[in-house]
Design a protein around this ligand. Structure first.
Ligand SMILES: Cc1cc2nc3c(=O)[nH]c(=O)nc-3n(C[C@H](O)[C@H](O)[C@H](O)COP(=O)(O)OP(=O)(O)OC[C@H]3O[C@@H](n4cnc5c(N)ncnc54)[C@H](O)[C@@H]3O)c2cc1C
Length: 648
């Protein structure tokens, strides 16, 4: 392992590592906590939980977010649920089973110690949320209800209809408000972090832009926590909120934080298909729907033709003429195989000519048999808001005819590399939630992002950051008038000036859409050497075009959304390049990273454990210099390596 890449995984039996580690960490006394300041960037479930937990401990917290209110972070869009190993369903779930499912789901490309801790802490997260009043669904006896998500044979997903993220965020937001009222948290909304300030090798602050006035501001602290979410919008079309971006983590990368597994992207199988060239957003249909919905395409090509020409309705195709391909191919898990497996299987049916809409890029998600079995009312109670949303968007009533779905970009497993303490390679800089390279390896299981974000924020970071801050109790907060802040601010001012100086003809979205197409075609669901090499050349050429032909209206000193988008897109170009370089390096298929050259005879992922059982951690080396790859070797001591099998 590289000298710079020390994972700090504690020794000892897997079930004791976290407890032992906590016992050995330093703590900060209450009187000293009051002297220490921490910046938390982001107010999604990761940031809001961390900020409230740290403030509750007594630290002084400054919180930043792009939206007008912390509670409008992208986490509100999470629909399906949050995993935990409570075993309320009495179906033989356990911490160990959740640990195993997550390692297997991630195709053996995540750290055992982190994943075990995540499973262990998952139960505390549910207790915390219940205490905050999150209205989880309950069964007839009053216990919290569970449903199933992909990659698991037990029901361990806690949910609040199809609005779990929103309800969880309201809980975290109320905890945040409690601390705002006490004066322990100061919220800076409508602020965008534009750079990280590093002093003497340690993270000491950030530069932000006030999105309303355009003013650049300096903020210092003893430590910085980045909780800015994922970078799926590099693909332009994704299920992510429009403001999701990768800029903050990219700034940290350029200042010395390593980027872990950048190419690991999750494509979600059940999204409303693309319907036109002018579309700027895709809508997710939650994975929870696969509990009761059955996925199929017609068996006969003549039925496909008739559907595309609107001569028949799907409900007119008899059961024996339907190919429930997930149930056929993966009998043990059926419709609840993990997302990468379901997505590829759907794409294959469409590539073989069985796609059911005009573009040939859609399959059915059908509730007919569930409605017959359970009655419409039960389905309405479980998924009512999702059905409503689907009908509003497509004009089709999913209680009568099946939904049409197709895979779309949804989540990024890659992110800033962090050690066991969630610290990046820059001392004092932490990354949590989707912003870190996370515990999900090559593929995240459904309902595990909320689990991880809240575990990081409520129960892991509040312990580990104390160990770092214990050595800072005699340091005053950094002087924001210093040269490091000065230089960082100037660099941003120059970059903004350069963007306005281009005076070209094309708007930001033109370039973003083009970048998205390149990424989807060559660094999307399937990848190969030729395509990746092509992507590297074409992204570089599009990037040059962007810096030559961008048209930016308005001025920097006002509310200017085009400027916001341009700054983010400038980073997306670089992130896209790094993702491509990483995908090219990883000559194996694992989870969502499918290299066409590396597949089994029946088209499944083919890992190469001998050569690629590592986390790739990329180090920035300068503007036109190739980044350096560091490898964190992965060891599987507690779960034997195996080929993923969802058939038996
Ligand atoms: C449609 C949809 C449904 C989902 N459903 C589920 C589900 O059911 N279960 C599940 O487990 N997961 C689900 N996920 C994934 C999950 O919602 C996300 O991974 C998770 O919410 C991310 O939380 P976060 O706190 O890391 O980041 P986010 O919620 O994305 O928050 C990022 C925060 O950072 C701020 N920010 C970003 N950049 C900057 C900057 N430069 N300066 C200042 N602030 C910045 C934003 O304003 C925001 O406050 C879903 C995802 C989508 C897209």
């Amino acid at each position: 392992m590289s000298q710079k890449l020390i994972s700090k995984i504690p020794q000892g039996p897997i079930a004791e590592k976290w407890t032992k580690h906590k016992e050995e960490m330093r703590v900060v006394s209450p009187a000293n906590k009051r002297k220490l300041e921490v910046i938390v960037v982001g107010t999604g479930l990761g940031g809001a939980s961390a900020a409230s937990a740290l403030a509750e401990l007594g630290y002084n917290i400054k919180v930043f977010c792009i939206s007008d209110s912390p509670r409008r972070a992208h986490s509100v869009s999470a629909q399906g649920g949050i995993n935990a190993a409570k075993n309320y369903a009495n179906d033989n779930d356990s911490v160990y089973r959740l640990f195993c499912d997550t390692i297997k789901g991630g195709d053996y490309r995540s750290r055992e110690a982190n994943v075990y801790r995540l499973a262990e802490v998952s139960n505390l997260v549910i207790d915390q949320c219940v205490a905050q009043g999150v209205p989880f669904a309950r069964d007839y006896g009053g216990l919290l209800d569970n449903r199933s998500f992909g990659g698991a044979q037990v029901s361990r997903t806690f949910y609040a209809r199809g609005q779990t993220g929103q309800q969880l965020l309201l809980g975290a937001y109320s905890a945040l408000n409690r601390q705002i009222a006490k004066g322990n948290i100061c919220v800076y909304s409508r602020r965008e972090m534009l750079d990280l300030v590093v002093m003497d090798g340690e993270a000491k602050g950030i530069i932000t832009r006030n999105l309303v006035t355009g003013t650049l501001e300096r903020h210092g602290a003893h430590a910085v926590v980045v909780a800015t979410g994922g970078y799926g919008n590099v693909y332009f079309l994704s299920t992510n909120a429009m403001n999701c971006n990768g800029s903050a983590i990219w700034q940290c990368y350029k200042k010395g934080a390593f980027f872990g597994n950048p190419c690991f992207t999750q494509i979600h199988p059940t999204c409303i298909p693309v319907h036109g060239n002018q579309q700027s957003k895709l809508t997710l249909m939650s994975e929870s729907l696969r509990n009761d919905g059955r996925i199929w395409v017609p068996k006969k090509t003549e039925d496909v033709e008739s559907l595309r020409s609107h001569l028949i309705k799907p409900s007119q195709i008899p059961d024996e003429d339907r190919d429930y391909y997930l149930e056929r191919l993966y009998p043990a898990y059926g419709n609840l195989v993990p997302r990468d497996v379901a997505s590829r299987a759907g794409k294959k049916r469409c590539d073989a000519g069985f796609g059911v809409n005009r573009s040939g890029k859609a399959v059915f998600l059908d509730f007919d048999s569930a409605i017959h079995r359970l009655g419409r009312q039960v389905i309405e109670e479980r998924y009512g808001n999702l059905f409503y949303m689907y009908e509003k968007i497509t004009g089709v009533d999913p209680y009568r005819e099946p939904m049409m779905i197709y895979p779309a970009v949804h989540y990024t497993m890659g992110g800033l590399w962090v050690d066991y303490n969630l610290m990046t390679t820059i001392p004092g800089l932490y990354a949590i939630g989707e912003a870190n390279f996370s515990d999900h390896g090559g593929n995240r299981l459904g309902a595990s992002a909320l689990m991880q974000g809240l575990a990081d924020g409520y129960f892991i970071l509040p312990y580990t950051i104390g160990d770092y801050l214990a050595s800072k109790i005699q340091e005053s907060p950094p002087d924001i008038r210093g040269v490091d802040f000065e230089e960082a601010e100037l660099a941003i001012r120059n970059k903004i000036g350069k963007l306005f100086g281009i005076r070209g003809t094309e708007p930001v979205d033109y370039f973003h859409r083009e970048l998205g197409k390149l990424m989807w075609d060559y660094v999307g669901m399937t990848r190969n050497k030729e395509g990746l090499n092509k992507a590297i050349t074409e992204i570089a050429s599009l990037k040059r075009e962007f810096w030559d032909r961008l048209c930016l209206p308005g001025t920097p000193d006002e509310y200017n959304q085009e400027l916001e988008k341009a700054l983010r897109l400038a980073d997306f170009f670089d992130i896209g390049e790094l993702m491509t370089v990483d995908a090219l390096d990883r000559h194996e298929s694992c989870g969502g990273h499918f290299r066409e050259e590396m597949q089994t005879p029946d088209g499944e992922t083919l890992r190469n454990d001998a050569d690629y059982m590592y986390v790739s951690a990329w180090e920035y080396k300068g503007k036109h210099v190739k980044p350096q790859l560091h490898k964190e070797e992965l060891h599987f001591e507690f779960i034997p390596l195996a080929t993923r099998n969802y058939k038996e």
